[in-house]
Write a protein that binds this ligand. Structure first.
Ligand SMILES: [Zn+2]
Length: 299
């Protein structure tokens, strides 16, 4: 009698484990199927306009995560732009916090290949856009001073905050404010290699210079007080090369107007997309990632 009851109990437990096991398997399959469907939907949605999601332009990537992407790119031989595009689609353009997949090269490569199979064209467009912004970066645009230790710059994330000159608009850049409000003191250098694309006076930007980097990013430096030389369109520029001096020019149709605001560098970063010649992206996190890449100049 005892033995028979034991056998029955055993059977019951076996059945319970079997059913539980099946439930787990079904759940895992369902989760996999759902995330597969979700990814498929996300990649399909990109076909309409890859850059339609406003979050894309914010470039929400912490310096630590950017360093991880660079390391994973070296391990996988997949470009930084491509890995960034893949992860940003997965994370819905948010990469400011710790994400475990960034420590796993094999998994990152797998996810990249999966997206490539689903919608290669959209992934390539995103890849090129991220490469244009991130892959040519070498230096912070304002060097540190070896002579005046309190000559610093400070900046905050003012992406799309209100600006009124020239009509109501959002701020499409980052302002690096001078701790010493003195024009012609701080050097402004090129963050990337590239070619001068635009130079001269702009009503809003004052004396500005725009450099097109090898991967296609347009780096726009505005409100300069003077230029390092008589730049012409097409001139080659080396990363770290002096472009001009920080100033307070602009906000006027009259060439050379100064003093309408405090001395600062307005930095803008733009990319070309199939839809537009100039799509601005937020320079703030790009600057953050270059905090440890400052040159030292004597000023
Ligand atoms: Zn500005």
């Amino acid at each position: 009698m005892k033995r028979r009851r034991g056998r029955t109990c055993g059977h019951i437990w076996q059945s319970v484990f079997l059913v539980a096991g099946m439930i787990v398997v079904v759940c895992v399959l369902l989760v996999q199927m759902c995330s597969g469907l979700l990814l498929r939907a996300r990649m399909n949605a990109l076909s309409v306009d890859v850059f339609a999601d406003e979050d894309f332009r914010e470039m929400n990537i912490s310096p630590q995560n950017f360093q991880k992407l660079v390391a994973r790119s070296e391990e996988t031989s997949i470009s930084v732009g491509a890995l960034m595009a893949s992860v940003m689609v997965d994370r819905q353009y948010q990469l400011l916090h710790t994400v475990s997949v960034l420590d796993d090269s094999a998994e990152m490569a797998r996810r990249y290949e999966e997206k490539k199979r689903l919608n290669e064209e959209a992934l390539m467009q995103l890849t090129e856009a991220y490469a244009a912004v991130w892959e040519d970066l070498k230096y912070f645009p304002v060097p540190q001073s070896s002579v005046t230790p309190n000559a610093l710059v400070y900046y905050e994330n003012s992406w799309m905050s209100e600006r009124s000159y020239g009509g109501e608009r959002g701020h499409e850049g980052t302002d690096l404010m001078a701790s010493i409000n003195q024009r012609d003191l701080y050097p402004v250098i090129s963050m990337t290699d590239g070619v001068v694309e635009k130079v001269g006076w702009l009503e809003q930007g004052g004396y500005r210079i725009g450099v097109r980097s090898p991967h296609g990013g347009y780096f726009y430096y505005a409100h300069l007080s003077s230029y390092a030389k008589q730049w012409k369109e097409g001139d080659p520029v080396k990363a770290g090369e002096l472009l001009g001096m920080m100033g307070d020019t602009g906000y006027s149709k009259i060439v050379g107007t100064v003093g309408n605001f405090d001395v600062h560098l307005h930095l803008g970063i733009y990319i070309k997309t199939p839809q537009t010649e100039e799509l601005s992206v937020n320079p703030y996190y790009i600057l953050q990632s270059l905090e440890n890449s400052k040159l030292t100049y004597a000023f």
